[in-house]
Each structure stands twice: as structure tokens, then as C-alpha cells.
Design a protein around this ligand. Structure first.
Ligand SMILES: [Zn+2]
Ligand SMILES: [Zn+2]
Length: 140
């Protein structure tokens, strides 16, 4: 059986990447850092084993920003698309911003995280669990 490959790219197209295998661990993150980094209401991420994410073009275009004591965000230096996030506490795992993937990848989001930090104009009724509190991952 061949593993499914999903392609992704930044806005200008300079950076291209492939994700191999099913996107299983998918969450919507409402933390203030994600919101500001992406200029968005919230950010949808798939946590993937690092070995299953491969940059196929434009790796020299990727800039890294240390956004917290443990987090690093990676974006295209030309267009600013934020594509990846890694946490020192989860080595071997890379979070992929789903907004940069091409359409059609089968996804089953699992939860909203950092729900307490959400933009106060965000209203959602998708029935997914909402996690928050200090860690952003506790039931609210
Ligand atoms: Zn770009
Ligand atoms: Zn976040």
C-alpha cells in the first residue's frame, strides 16, 4: 500500500512541501501566538512525525522565528506564509498549518485548543471538544 501524500505550499509558491500519511492529530488552536502569527481567527494544525514532512522546494526561503521559550515557527521570507511550528517539548514532531495544504486532504479535526484565548468574535458550533485552561489542553 502506498502512503498518501498531500502537497502544500506558501502563498507565493516558493516553498513547497509534502506530507506523507494520514493527517490524524488535527486541532484548531486559538492561542494568541497562533492568531497573531497567522493574522487569523484561529489556526488549524496537524501534528506529524518529522520524518513524514518533506520540504521539496524553497527550503532556503524558510525563516524560523522563536515565538516562545519552547516554540519555533517557520515561514516563507518572501510572502510570510506561516507553515510549520515545532516545540522543544515534542521533539520529532512538526505541526503543519493546514491552511497551506492543497484542498481535498481528508481531515477529522479532534478539538479546539486554547479555547479560553479565542477571539471574542469567534462563534463556532461544530460540536468538537473545547480545551483550555492554563495548558490550553484541559476540558473547559
Ligand atoms: Zn512564499
Ligand atoms: Zn496556538
Amino acid at each position: 500500500m502506498t502512503a498518501e501524500i498531500t502537497g502544500g505550499a506558501c502563498l507565493c509558491g516558493a516553498v513547497r512541501f509534502e506530507v506523507t500519511g494520514p493527517l490524524v492529530t488535527v486541532v484548531h488552536c486559538h492561542c494568541t501566538m497562533c492568531r497573531r502569527a497567522h493574522g487569523a481567527a484561529f489556526v488549524s494544525w496537524a501534528a506529524m512525525p518529522e520524518a513524514q514532512v518533506r520540504v521539496t522546494a524553497g527550503s532556503e526561503q524558510i525563516e524560523h522565528y522563536r515565538s516562545s521559550d519552547i516554540g519555533t515557527r517557520s515561514f516563507c521570507r518572501t510572502c510570510g506564509s506561516s507553515m510549520f511550528c515545532t516545540l522543544d517539548t515534542h521533539s520529532g514532531t512538526i505541526d503543519v498549518a493546514l491552511g497551506c495544504l492543497r484542498r481535498g486532504a481528508p481531515l477529522e479535526p479532534k478539538a479546539h485548543i486554547f479555547w479560553d484565548d479565542r477571539a471574542d468574535w469567534v462563534e463556532l458550533a461544530d460540536g468538537l471538544p473545547r480545551l483550555g485552561g492554563k495548558t490550553g489542553l484541559e476540558p473547559v
